[in-house]
Design a protein around this ligand. Sequence first.
Ligand code: AMP
Ligand code: ZN
Length: 136
Amino acid sequence: MMKDDCIFCKIAAGEIPSKTLYEDEDFRVILDLGPATKGHALLLPKDHAANLYELPDALASKALIVARKVAMRMKEKLNCSGLNLVQNNGENAGQTVMHFHIHMIPRYSDDGQKIGWVPGEPSSEELEAIRQMIVD
Ligand code: AMP
Ligand code: ZN
């Protein structure tokens, strides 16, 4: 189902033109207009899901198969030496377009980009408390 005011729904449906790398009945993969590196792409489901929490299992599992297919092409054709898959959920995680998407960011030795975080140093007890919060 499309959401009327969602730009990625319109792009995925082909109503707004995009630089499409791949398309099937469930997904479209397009070049990002503000790329981090050469070939930075976005994998979009055609049905609207705002984020990972809303994505049906069937699409979630297919998405990684499509991402892998496109990743293999990128590796071969762009000769990238690495690839980051990045998927943001919610404003605090950096999501700006509220339609599920996976960033596919080819990496090159001299690309000048850094995708990462500052590692914490939790104690074993702190890790255990967090583990229990999640699994209980
Ligand atoms: P996020 O911050 O994870 O929500 O990522 C949104 C991404 O969408 C950004 O990398 C933008 O550069 C990209 N973007 C936004 N609008 C468009 C568009 N019309 N076509 C292609 N990429 C877009
Ligand atoms: Zn949408």
